[in-house]
Design a protein around this ligand. Sequence first.
Ligand SMILES: Cc1ncc(COP(=O)(O)O)c(C=O)c1O
Length: 379
Amino acid sequence: MRLGKHSLLVASGQAAITVALLGILKAGDHFLSAPSLYEGSKTLFRENFARFGIEVEFVDDPHDIEDWRRRVRPNTRAVYGETIPNPKNDLIDIGQIAAFARDEGLPFVIDSTASTPYLIRPLDHGASIVVHSASKFLSGHGASLAGVVIDGGSFDWAAYPDKFPQFSTPIGGPGTPTLVEKFGNTAYLEYTRTIIAGRLGPVLSPLNAFLLQQGLETLSLRVGQHSRNALTVARWLDAQPEVESVDYPGLPSNPSYAIARTYYPRGAGSVFGFTLRGGIRDARTLIDSLELFSRMSHLGDVRSLMLHPGTTSHAHLSAEERDRLGIFPGLVRLSVGIEDENDLVADLEQAFAAVRATNAGTAQAHVAALDEAELPLSA
Ligand SMILES: Cc1ncc(COP(=O)(O)O)c(C=O)c1O
């Protein structure tokens, strides 16, 4: 097991992602990313980083290493991905991408928010740096914001002084040591902590640090239960005629099942989407009818949550872009909590009954309207 060498707590997950990458990248640099990411990270990279002169490029097919390789440029400086991207749960092969990044002399930064160290330790599979939003599962209570950057200490920054001059240039002027001379392979975290986070200032408040610690103590119990519940809910949804597809990699029919078995033996996470055949109409009825699931854009909470991505997290995209990403009008995202699984299924059962009743009512009203429309003809 590879433990992180050094870590940095910051004020939010967004802050963790931002400082983790700004510790590596500067204006004029380019980095490669897996295509399926938290929408907040995508807009951060596309819009905010672009204004800093940092260019992100998303690969089309993260499983095709040649697709990554042919996009590497002389100014490419990092590779980025997520463990369990939501809502589609289209898993990447972390070991394969880490090997590619190593070959190219690039650090591999991975967001492990949706998996937590209970389900996977990306450093064991070759990732260089791991980031988490600690506002989600790590806390579990949704009562605080926090983020963390973990340096595996395995990337050899000293081997690439031209690519990463910040670590190999004397810090206090000529004659003073460089960060790699002073800190070896943890030069990155020192730089990110003092020069990036220390100056930009996304400091974690003491109260939020305390709240995070309260949550962390029960992480293993919670994430185990989240994962068991999620599998039960995913199997139940998969058996409903109104459901077109369930994006849960713990189901054998899911395209990510093989990766889930290899990398996530303790459970395939608990934040996933499913698509209703009846589109937005069914999604609306379902969301309005669920009682135990709260309507919330948050995830990784002990309470079960639901969201309609098409009209919330992904509403800023065009309909074509949403279709391309599989964010269809009937897609509902769940973050399955740690309640009793029977209560979760009972809630889903009554909400699906409401969908059926609404559809039957609509069909009856439609027939009645047709009958009425025909009256004058037959009179
Ligand atoms: C995968 C992932 N990373 C990062 C973040 C950002 O975290 P925070 O809300 O703590 O800024 C989120 C938020 O939903 C997320 O889902």
